[in-house]
Design a binder for this molecule. Structure first.
Ligand SMILES: Nc1ncnc2c1ncn2[C@@H]1O[C@H](COP(=O)(O)OP(=O)(O)OP(=O)(O)O)[C@@H](O)[C@H]1O
Ligand SMILES: [Mg+2]
Length: 610
């Protein structure tokens, strides 16, 4: 119920669009009915079989009698015209009926016009809100499954809300009105026949809804299978190298054919059910109609109830149109029900706490003067402590290297500095102040990160280097690229600095991507630099080039470098050897070698014995 209220709120977040949609929809319903009612005198005229009772010139008796007044006036004008010239009367009816049809369509279009604007605006707003939230979620939120889930929520769940908004407009404000006015029209023409038709109606509605439900089940199964088919394609084409190398083509193909066959069967079943409903609808509908024609015909033949042939035709037309809004209500209710879980799923994201939040009254961090200090830092992602009592101090202009086996917590330490995560215990200080007291943006401004995997965006080289800066001068960008040893290959690209590098930079080699990431870090000109395995994905040749770029980058900066290849950390001012989240050894390269401990072993393993 709460989420229903929320959908209602979304619907009216653009109040005027909503109100106009509703007004136009109501006008549409009125003129839809009117266009039928106006046909009745027309039929009376051409059939000529009926005694038309004479209408005296009507007098306006106030708003409560407006319907009577309008219909009587219309008949009065008609009958006066018929007296003079029946053909002009015919023309008059034709024109008025046409105007009614025209206005009905016009209002329908007006309603759709505002409605589509409204629904798309709502979709845009929700997506913007979700995206903004997604960017601010705590780092721990972004696991692979969560990412997929987030995307699906932004897509299909928002889609459900969109449909629900439309349903809300139609369900609450149009269809009930359409049903009521149609029923009023029916009663106006013949109360007795209305009663009869209402006994017939539920019978057919029941059958139709049964088919609909069964169809939905099959269609849903078909859709799920469709998803399976697509992920099979995605997975195997994504891993096509493995498929080929392992001679698994036939196996994969047979598997796919099985899945695809299942999909075919389900969808065929769904199609059959779906295609069954129009003819069935027609048979049922005509059965109801025939019954009505029987009862109506008898009433006309009896000639007691005041029902005439032309009125009866009008009755039939209105009645045949009654099913549409009734079905509309049923679908709308279904849509609103379907949207509620979607709404909940969206809210779940919007209400997720941003655990890394800036403190109220956070202080600015203008310059980095002295040191970064980890003071007895403990950290856990979930239950297990990943960092245990880590303390070190990185003085300005110095370099500290973190080495140690995989999973020892090196990257975790790197993630704590920009507050991707907050420490579980202990404190990290910059210039003596807890980093949690600084403004987040300031903190990030001072820290540059180059990680093992270069993270680039499908944009031009230029914007990737000047990432996040709006008006970076071109000379600065080129300068950064030169320092990063990237200028050479960039100008050799088709469009130079304006070349688009493809999704995640897939048009570039690993070394090129990495040099772009370094150029980006240089461009940012941070005082504190974090290099997490910046060169380990590269071959020796490009590693040399990139290492050269990194050396340039590290000049006069405070750096924390993480490396597997110990040759890159020899010159660090201090090397910390991590083991299972603890600092096991610390010292310079020489000191550590002399200790003949862990570091010495690592060096021997890598063939470094100097
Ligand atoms: N997001 C996460 N959620 C839960 N546990 C994590 C997460 N990231 C890392 N871990 C765990 O924390 C421990 C330390 O991981 P970390 O990435 O810091 O290691 P590392 O020293 O950088 O290793 P590598 O050299 O392989 O990069 C590992 O046991 C890892 O499984
Ligand atoms: Mg790591």
């Amino acid at each position: 119920m709460k989420s229903l209220m929320e959908i209602y709120r979304y619907t009216f977040s653009y109040r005027w669009q909503a109100i106009l949609t509703i007004i136009f929809n109501l006008l549409f319903v009125i003129f839809n009915l009117l266009s039928i009612v106006l046909l009745i005198p027309f039929l009376q005229m051409i059939f000529k079989t009926e005694e038309v009772k004479y209408v005296a010139k009507p007098v306006y008796k106030g708003i409560t009698h407006i319907v009577e007044y309008v219909t009587n006036s219309y008949q009065y004008i008609m009958q006066e015209m018929v007296k003079d010239d029946p053909k002009s009367a015919l023309l008059f009816v034709c024109v008025t009926v046409f105007i009614a049809f025209f206005l009905k369509s016009l209002f329908r279009y007006g309603a759709i016009w505002h409605q589509s604007q409204l629904r798309m605006a709502v979709v845009r707003d929700i997506k913007n809100k979700l995206y903004a939230k997604a960017l601010r979620l705590p780092m721990s939120y972004y696991t692979e499954e969560r990412k997929g889930d987030l995307m699906s929520r932004m897509n299909s769940d928002v889609g459900e809300i969109e449909i629900a908004v439309v349903s809300m407009l139609e369900l609450v404000f149009r269809e009930p009105f359409a049903v009521l006015t149609s029923i009023a029209g029916l009663i106006y023409i013949s109360p007795k026949l209305t009663l009869i038709s209402f006994i017939l109606l539920p019978v057919s509605a029941f059958v139709i809804s049964r088919i609909g439900k069964s169809l939905k089940r099959t269609a849903k199964a078909g859709q799920e299978q469709n998803g399976i088919v697509y992920s099979a394609i995605d997975e195997t084409l994504g891993g096509i190298k493995v498929v080929k190398a392992f001679n698994a083509i036939r196996y994969v193909q047979a598997n796919f054919e099985k899945i695809n066959l299942r999909h075919q069967q389900l969808i065929t079943k769904a199609f059959r059910k779906r295609d069954l409903s129009p003819p069935l609808n027609e048979v049922l509908g005509s059965a109801v109609m025939i019954c009505l024609v029987w009862f109506g015909g008898v009433m006309i033949l009896d000639g007691q109830s005041g029902l005439t042939g032309s009125k009866f035709v009008g009755f039939i037309i209105i009645f045949s149109q009654l099913l549409r809004p009734i079905q509309g209500i049923a679908t709308s209710v279904g849509n609103l029900n379907k949207a509620q879980p979607s709404q909940d799923r969206i809210n779940e994201i919007l209400n997720t706490e941003e655990t890394i939040e800036q403190q109220v009254g956070a202080i600015p961090l203008t310059t980095f003067e002295d040191s970064i200090e980890l003071d007895h830092v403990w950290f856990r992602y979930k239950d297990e402590m990943v960092l245990q009592d880590v303390s070190f101090s990185l003085k300005r202009g110095k370099t500290i290297a973190l080495v140690g086996e995989s999973g020892s917590g090196k990257s975790t330490i790197a993630d704590l500095l920009p507050r991707f995560y907050d420490v579980s215990e202990g404190v990290i200080r910059i210039d003596g102040q807890d980093i949690r007291t600084y403004q987040l943006e300031d903190l990030h401004r001072h820290i540059g990160i180059v990680s093992q995997e270069s993270i680039l965006f499908n944009d031009t080289v230029r914007s990737n280097i000047a990432f996040g800066m709006d008006d970076a001068p071109m000379e600065k960008i080129i300068e950064a690229a030169k320092i990063a040893h990237a200028h050479e290959f960039i100008i050799n690209m088709e469009n130079g600095y304006d070349s688009v590098i493809g999704e995640r930079g897939n048009k570039l080699s690993g070394g090129q991507k990495q040099r772009l990431s370094i150029a980006r870090a240089i461009m940012k000109n941070p005082s504190i630099l974090i290099l997490d395995e910046a060169t380990s994905a590269l071959d020796t040749e490009s590693e040399k080039i990139v290492q050269g770029a990194l050396d340039e980058l590290m000049k006069d900066r405070t750096s924390l470098i993480i490396a597997h290849r110990l040759s890159t950390v020899i010159n660090a001012d201090e090397i910390l050897v991590l083991s299972k989240g603890k600092i096991a050894e610390r010292g310079t390269h020489q000191e550590l070698l002399e200790k003949k401990g862990l570091y010495h072993n690592l060096c021997s393993l890598q063939g470094m014995q100097s």
